[in-house]
Design a binder for this molecule. Structure first.
Ligand code: NDP
Length: 403
């Protein structure tokens, strides 16, 4: 059981493809498929220029695909004889790619919850609106689907499961903390797909407290935290995918997600927002219907283009409070990743790199059997131990700081 189909050729798709190629002795042939085939072809060239194809005899190739078309996706999985599909295209494509996996028996991985064009502020938990409705079908077909296996969501969910299993069995609070202390030198840019990123920030913030979802306006609640290696940063409470499975799978009084934003980012974001340039409601531009957020996406730098010259580090982790054997315990479990080191290795910035490594780690664990569970799961439902052991070998270490 081998061969991987990577869908999406943006910043994350490129990093996933490099990491798959570095592990192609286990993963087999790698096909990179996306809307713009020239981007896939460029990734194939770059992998070979950097010598990142471990087994030169395994096939590495590029094809065009519209991943919204489930029939075309089904044919592509069959043509490439893929046993695992890593969906790192747009979150609008999750359901069509899942459908194609169910038809062909290929295992499914993604890194972001499904979204529908023109809709935000969907009811919580978000996974219940689309993905979890497919659980019975995955189980009947014995197909493994792992939802949200990037870094956050993804590695942080495994961190929570690991902490619960080994360090703090009775968890009271989980704070997922995300700071990008890097500098890409651009006036304003998003580190991953601008449309997904800006939609995420515009939504009302939902977090989990005392058995219910609490809603607050975006950027209305902040705190400071002293992160390992990157120092003290102001982080804001934000709505985020992983809360919508952790709240269901891990009993805790409060589960919240925090992300750091610089002053300049917030200023530009607020201006765009107040002008209506982030709106999902189409406007008439000289007789053509245009969604303002699509225009902003079109003029912003592509996330992959930020990688060259990016300096500084990211620090992402989980601050977990609770008790063990009746005694209070607080741990921060985290990864620190250096933008320039990622670029030197695979030509990516750290956000793409930290998303890709957990996804490819999971692909290997499916192919090797430890995570081939034959059902649709979120990461914290799986045994964290094989993941925590393998991820550092693929490029991302982790540490625990005890308070
Ligand atoms: P990019 O915008 O750089 O790339 C997206 C890619 O998907 C592009 O190549 C795009 O094609 C392709 N694509 C979009 N729609 C389709 C379609 N219908 N059919 C085929 N291909 C399509 O985004 P990123 O690489 O930065 O992010 C990719 C995903 O990773 C996003 O879903 C994002 O939310 C997720 N992510 C998850 C993180 C995590 O930690 N969990 C962190 C960061 C990102 P084209 O080039 O033609 O536009």
């Amino acid at each position: 059981m081998k061969n991987v189909l990577v869908v999406g050729a943006g910043g994350v798709g490129s990093a996933v493809a490099h990491k798959c190629a570095q592990n192609n002795d286990v993963l087999g042939d790698i096909c990179i498929a996306s809307r713009t085939v020239a981007k896939c072809e460029r990734i194939v060239r770059e992998i070979d220029e950097r010598g990142n194809r471990k087994d030169p005899s395994a096939k590495l190739h590029a094809v065009p695909i519209d991943a919204m078309d489930d029939s075309a996706m089904t044919e592509l999985i069959k043509d490439t004889n893929s046993s695992v599909v890593i969906n790192v295209g747009s979150p609008f494509c999750n359901l069509s790619i899942m459908e194609a996996c169910l038809r062909t028996g290929a295992h499914y991985l993604d890194t972001a919850v499904h979204e529908v064009e023109g809709r935000i502020n969907e009811p919580a938990p978000w996974y219940a609106n689309y993905e979890w409705k497919q659980r019975e079908r995955f189980e009947a077909a014995k197909v493994t689907g792992i939802l949200g296996i990037g870094f956050d969501p993804g590695a942080v969910n495994a961190f929570c499961a690991y902490v619960r299993k080994h360090l703090v069995p009775d968890i009271e609070t989980i704070d997922i903390m995300d700071v990008n202390a890097g500098d890409h030198g651009r006036y304003f840019a998003t580190n991953f797909d601008p449309e997904t990123n800006l939609r995420e920030i515009m939504e009302d913030v939902l977090y989990w407290e005392n058995g219910e979802w609490v809603s607050i306006p975006c950027h209305s609640k902040s705190r400071t935290y002293d992160f390992p290696e990157v120092g003290t940063h102001r982080v804001f409470s934000m709505g985020h995918d992983e809360l919508h499975s952790l709240a269901v799978n891990i009993p805790a009084k409060r589960i919240e997600f925090w992300m750091a934003f610089g002053e300049q980012y917030l200023t530009v974001f607020n201006v765009l927002h107040r002008l209506g340039l982030l709106s999902l409601d189409p406007v008439d531009v000289e007789g053509r219907e245009v969604m303002p957020i699509k225009v902003v996406k079109a003029v912003l730098p592509e996330p992959a283009s930020l990688a060259s010259g990016y300096t500084g580090k990211t620090c992402i982790g989980c601050l977990v409070n609770g008790t063990r054997d009746g005694r209070s315990r607080e741990v921060f479990i985290y990864n620190v990743c250096d933008h320039a080191a990622c670029y030197a290795e695979i030509g990516s910035q750290a956000i793409s790199y930290t998303t890709a490594v957990p996804a490819v780690t999971a692909a290997r664990l499916i192919v090797e059997g430890q995570w081939n569970v034959g059902r649709l799961v979120n990461v914290e439902e799986l045994d964290p131990d094989p993941f925590m052991a393998l991820m550092p070998k693929l490029g991302l270490s982790w540490e625990v700081r005890e308070s």
